[in-house]
Design a protein around this ligand. Structure first.
Ligand SMILES: O=P(O)(O)OC[C@H]1O[C@](O)(COP(=O)(O)O)[C@@H](O)[C@@H]1O
Ligand SMILES: [Mg+2]
Length: 381
């Protein structure tokens, strides 16, 4: 056991009342009981259980480091217990995100989403945890980029000598399972060249360049890629440290004042605006959405979780929510058409291919159509 503190968020959707809307309070109570017992036994220092939409969020602190079997096993046990409640109550999609029956040391690849950040606690350690529903991890690309690399968002990049050197982005390719470290501001355009494709390249970690301090971590689990079939959306989480040589809390929240379009929403198959909401509105109803995000503010004190403060519970975000509603209305009017519905590549991981499969044999050859040459062929002539 080291001196360092690890903040672990492990989340999963293990069933919901009336569709994919929100968990039952008894599920949250079941998960809370498991974590309270673990706290008594000193396995964890502190914890908080909440939800966004239908995803149960386990927020835990401990001294065991990232990817520790005790912590992952504990989360698995809590989700199992919440699943048992879901089954008893015949809730919808009971145990949805638990892709395996048996736990084997780590929840990665087994369905739940994970963001863990090991830290040397600073004199004061302000941290924000973000929890989203009905979207994918790439939804964090734009806000994380703006927090750590956009001087029009983060005044500190210009003004504060401690972050004037910039940050290092670890970008993860979910299809190839490999990542690349890139420096900002020097390589900003290259970073953007990758992360503008959020279904594939995800900002996974951000480090302060001057001392390699780990400033942010995003969960990168893509549920349907893991399962190889449509299960549900990934519904990602992120941890961002703030202040004192890092972006201020207001700079961390600022990008969310723009409800950018993300993939997810109904059946994980639609683009829609990401709406920042207080915890009381963290339930998804209109067309199973629109995609939603909460921001919880904490101070960590020797591993104790001081908080949370419900950061989007502020009238200053009312106009963002109104804009998100207008965008939601506009996007919905497209019905089953792109770009509201996702493009064919992303639809590969939904239930659409089985519908298309049925139609395949009904196509008959009609008149010859000249096949347009590939751009590369044209260039070679
Ligand atoms: O479970 P069903 O009836 O097949 O419907 C698909 C469901 O998948 C979802 O995309 C699941 O969303 P989650 O990933 O948040 O669980 C819902 O929008 C939709 O209700
Ligand atoms: Mg969900």
């Amino acid at each position: 056991m080291g001196d360092k503190i690890t903040l672990s968020i492990i989340k999963a959707d293990v069933g919901s009342i009336a569709g994919h809307h929100m968990p039952h309070p008894d599920q949250l109570a079941a998960a809370t009981k498991i974590l309270a017992e673990a706290k008594q036994k000193d396995i964890i220092i502190d914890f908080y259980v909440t939800h966004v939409g239908d995803d149960i969020q386990l927020i835990m602190t401990h001294r065991k480091g990232v990817d520790h079997p005790d912590i992952h096993g504990l989360a698995w046990e809590a989700f199992k217990s919440a699943t048992k409640v879901a089954k008893e109550l015949k809730l919808y999609a009971a145990g949805q995100d638990l892709l395996s029956e048996a736990f084997s040391g780590n929840v990665r690849g087994m369905g739940p989403g994970v963001a863990e950040l090991e830290m040397e606690e600073r004199e004061a350690e302000p941290v924000i945890t973000f929890h989203a529903d009905k979207t994918e991890p790439g939804a964090f690309n734009m806000p994380i980029y703006r927090i750590f690399a956009d001087p029009f968002n983060t005044a500190g990049l210009v003004i504060d000598p401690k972050m004037h050197d910039g940050f290092i982005f670890e970008v993860y390719d979910v299809f190839e399972g490999r990542s690349v470290l890139m420096k900002t501001p020097e390589e900003s355009y290259d970073v953007l060249a990758l992360i503008g494709t959020p279904g594939r390249y995800i900002v996974r970690r951000v480090y302060r360049k001057s001392d390699n301090l780990l400033a942010a971590v995003v969960s990168v689990e893509r549920l349907n890629l893991t399962a190889g079939r449509y299960v549900g959306k990934d519904d990602p989480v992120a941890i961002v440290r703030a202040q004192h040589g890092l972006p201020a809390v207001g700079e961390v929240l600022e990008p969310f004042s723009f409800p950018h379009l993300v993939a997810g929403w109904m059946r994980g198959s639609h683009h829609g605006p990401l709406m920042p909401v207080p915890m009381r509105y963290a339930k998804v109803t209109r067309f199973d959405g629109p995609p939603r995000i909460i921001a919880l503010g904490w101070n960590i004190s020797k591993g104790r979780l001081i908080g949370p403060v419900d950061l989007f519970d502020d009238v200053a975000f009312d106009e963002t929510r109104r804009l998100a509603e207008m965008i939601a209305e506009y996007m919905r009017r497209h019905g089953p058409f792109m770009p509201h519905r996702l493009g064919p590549e992303e639809m590969e991981y939904t239930t659409l291919p089985s519908v298309l499969e049925k139609l395949k044999d009904r196509f008959v050859k009609t008149e010859e159509v000249k096949v347009v040459k590939k751009h590369s062929d044209l260039l070679s002539h």
